[in-house]
Design a binder for this molecule. Structure first.
Ligand code: NAI
Ligand code: MG
Length: 336
């Protein structure tokens, strides 16, 4: 059966890196068909809405979307489209691998870790934010639930099992944030006890940041709450050479959206020099999710070999290639 996916070409460099990504995917003969839908600035200009109903319907129907970066217009009344998508489809797990690749600007060589970030609660619920009338005092409400904590920690342990990872590190700040982080840690310990085959340790978030910089090789899977996961996963992207190589998956029970972590890069849009690797790696996560693990492996290997050979690398990686010539170099290494 042909699997159809919703494809959002996005804003800025979005269309360029999506065309490159689909060019590579097409060479894998995946039997995928694409339903192109709009979101972001381009949707606003065409349809007067950042997130048209037809786009939401396509994601609901196909349950899988591959998404380029979107530009959220600056100004009142525009809330982040990405946050909106996560809410709409209850995409509770944000899965961001950080893997060392050859010939990047990374200072490290053997990093291979996955951050699993809770994507729907914590400090990002968008409620309970207030500023006093005199503008002197601001308050923020954080929400942690047993259900939300349980499902994200379970996701991390199940993922570890599925992809043969050995250890899960629970990252928290329960010593200070006793109610919220405390509940997360308590539930995480209960879930961890159900996975005796996976090693588990706990680490306070500030120490985790130091440990990640000093000795990143000690980490395998990290599971944490929303804000800590947001910060830590960017830190991890920095450990392996930056945004051009950092993909992310947003996964829920009924839908999943795969993307690059970076934004629409307006400074280089239209020049044909954006690095397509982050979106390609996001597409690799999508193939894993669809059970096409062999094709996902071939795709990642082709990226590694192309980086190794310094063949048509884009300027952010120190080369002189273009988005399309880099993609073509990757496509030529997909093997059988
Ligand atoms: P950005 O990630 O777009 O750019 C930061 C820097 O990294 C720029 O110098 C850019 O040229 C470079 N860069 C990013 N991706 C690259 C690639 N694939 N190849 C080569 N260089 C690359 O972040 P910025 O400038 O803060 O945001 C620009 C727009 O993107 C904003 O409108 C923002 O709202 C949106 N954005 C969207 C995201 C999404 O849809 N997932 C995530 C982050 C930002
Ligand atoms: Mg972030």
């Amino acid at each position: 059966m042909t699997q159809t996916i919703a494809v959002i070409r996005g804003d800025g460099i979005g269309p360029e890196i999506m065309d490159a990504t689909l060019h590579v995917l097409d060479q894998l003969n995946l039997g995928l068909s694409y339903d192109f839908v709009d979101a972001g600035l381009v949707a606003y200009e065409k349809h007067g809405e950042l997130l048209p109903a037809a786009t939401l319907a396509a994601i609901s129907k196909h349950r899988i979307a591959l998404k380029s970066p979107l530009t959220t217009p600056v100004g009142e009344g525009f809330s982040s489209i990405n946050v909106e998508l996560r809410k709409r489809f209850d995409l509770y797990a944000n899965v961001r691998p950080a893997i060392s690749f050859p010939n990047t600007k990374s200072r490290y060589e053997a990093i291979d870790l996955i951050t699993v970030r809770e994507n729907t609660e914590g400090a990002y619920i968008g409620e309970g934010q207030s500023l006093s009338a005199d503008g002197e005092t601001a308050l923020l409400t954080q929400k942690i639930t047993r259900k939300g904590s349980e499902r994200i920690v379970r996701y991390a342990f199940d993922l570890a099992r599925k992809v043969g990872r050995k250890k899960v590190t629970i990252v928290h700040k329960a010593n200070i944030l006793k109610s919220t982080s405390g509940l997360f840690l308590k539930v995480a310990r209960e879930v961890a006890a159900q996975y005796p085959d996976i090693q588990c340790n706990e680490m306070i978030v500030d120490n985790t940041c130091m440990q990640l910089v000093m000795k990143p090789e000690q980490f395998d899977v990290i599971v944490t709450t929303n804000l800590f996961g947001d910060i830590i996963s960017d830190l991890c992207a920095g450990l392996v050479g930056g945004l051009g190589l950092a993909p992310g998956a947003n996964i829920g029970t009924d839908a999943a959206i795969f993307e690059a972590v970076h934004g629409s890069a307006p400074d280089i849009a239209g020049k044909g020099i954006a690095n397509p690797c982050a979106l390609l790696l996001g597409a690799g996560q999508m193939l894993d999710h669809l059970g096409k693990v062999d094709e996902a492996r071939r795709l990642r290997n082709a990226i590694v070999q192309t980086l190794q050979a310094k063949d048509n690398l884009t300027p952010d990686l120190g080369g002189q290639g273009t988005t399309m010539s880099f993609a073509a170099a990757i496509a030529s290494r997909l093997g059988a």
